[in-house]
Write a protein that binds this ligand. Structure first.
Ligand code: NAP
Length: 294
């Protein structure tokens, strides 16, 4: 069994990005600039967004954090997005989700200029991805592709079962694994809450990619011997014995499933760090595309 070390691979990717940024600087070129908007002060969202900003600094990007209060109206947020769309120095930006209830998330995501949509959530990018066109691929699925590629895990002709159909992970993942090329060319089954006899399906899978947010959902008896298991889930489970008061749990019963799997991602240290690295990669791509258009 091999543990897919997302921490190591993400550090490799960040080092590659930093080398490109250093070269840009040496040539007197503008470096990539990522902006992030956060509305409200939800603890987990603040942690995620601060991690993204810090990661930008480490690779030499410029970064801007836009903090807006939890009472921000939809109009105020749309105004801010419009400003970032027009701001020439910004190559890409993200709107940290979830948003407060007074704001329509779909409307907000539609307002982001697709050329600056480094999260890959705009329908234009999602459509292009589905049509095998160049686009921004959502960071988490992009990170999973990168892990499969760097560990050279065969996907052609394999049966990939994706559990969870969220717009940011499961749904795009199912499309990407079925595209032609590597990683891809899989036969894909997309499962969700209404899927019947899920064990019957997962036990036939060569590759299982799970994003449901239910700790220990995927048990060892649900996978076949030598399956590849990718765990996207991150749930904060209260644990008074820790300094933070919680531990992070994945969607896989790692202890038992790892005895059966050929490759498996840990939580933390698997898919999570890859997501940040791929957001940086998308921002670098955004900068390069903007440079080419000028
Ligand atoms: P989500 O929006 O939380 O939705 C959960 C999905 O799981 C839904 O599609 C739901 O099906 C499905 N589901 C729920 N119960 C199920 C069951 N019994 N059998 C099969 N499917 C079931 O999904 P998400 O945003 O992708 O998040 C999932 C997890 O991944 C969370 O823990 C989240 O924190 C984590 N995550 C991690 C990263 C990272 O960087 N590592 C990034 C994003 C998300 P229905 O559609 O039928 O309701």
């Amino acid at each position: 069994m091999t543990i897919l070390d997302g921490k190591k691979i993400s550090n490799d990717i960040k080092a590659e990005i930093k080398a490109e940024v250093d070269e840009m600087k040496a040539n007197g070129e503008k470096v990539p600039h990522l902006a992030a908007i956060i509305v409200g002060n939800d603890g987990a969202s603040m942690t995620y967004v601060n991690t993204k900003v810090k990661a930008c600094e480490k690779v030499g990007f410029e970064s801007t954090l836009v903090r807006m209060s939890s009472t921000t109206s939809e109009v105020e947020l749309m105004d801010k997005i419009e400003k970032l769309n027009k701001e020439d120095s910004i190559d890409g930006f993200i709107v940290q989700l979830p948003l407060p209830p007074q704001i329509d998330t779909q409307k907000v995501l539609l307002a982001v200029d697709p050329d600056k949509d480094v999260d890959g959530f705009h329908p234009t990018n999602f459509g292009k991805m589905s049509l095998d066109m160049t686009s921004f691929i959502p960071a988490t699925p992009f990170g999973i592709l990168e892990l499969l590629e760097r560990y050279n895990i065969p996907t052609k002709g394999k049966h990939t079962v994706v559990i969870g159909r969220s717009h940011i992970v499961g749904r795009p993942m199912s499309i990407l694994m079925g595209r032609s090329g590597f990683p891809g060319n899989s036969t894909v089954t997309l499962t969700h809450e209404y899927t019947k006899n899920i064990t019957q399906i997962t036990s036939q899978a060569d590759i299982v990619i799970i994003a449901v947010g239910i700790p220990d959902f995927l048990k060892a008896e649900m996978i076949k011997d030598d399956a590849v298991v990718i765990d996207v889930g991150i749930t904060r489970v209260p644990d008074e014995s820790t300094k933070k008061g919680y531990v992070l749990k994945g969607d896989v019963d790692f202890e038992n499933a790892s005895k059966k799997a050929s490759y498996i991602t840990p939580v933390p240290g698997g898919v999570g760090p890859m997501t940040i690295a791929m957001l940086l990669k998308n921002t670098l791509l955004a900068r390069e595309q903007r440079r080419e258009r000028k």
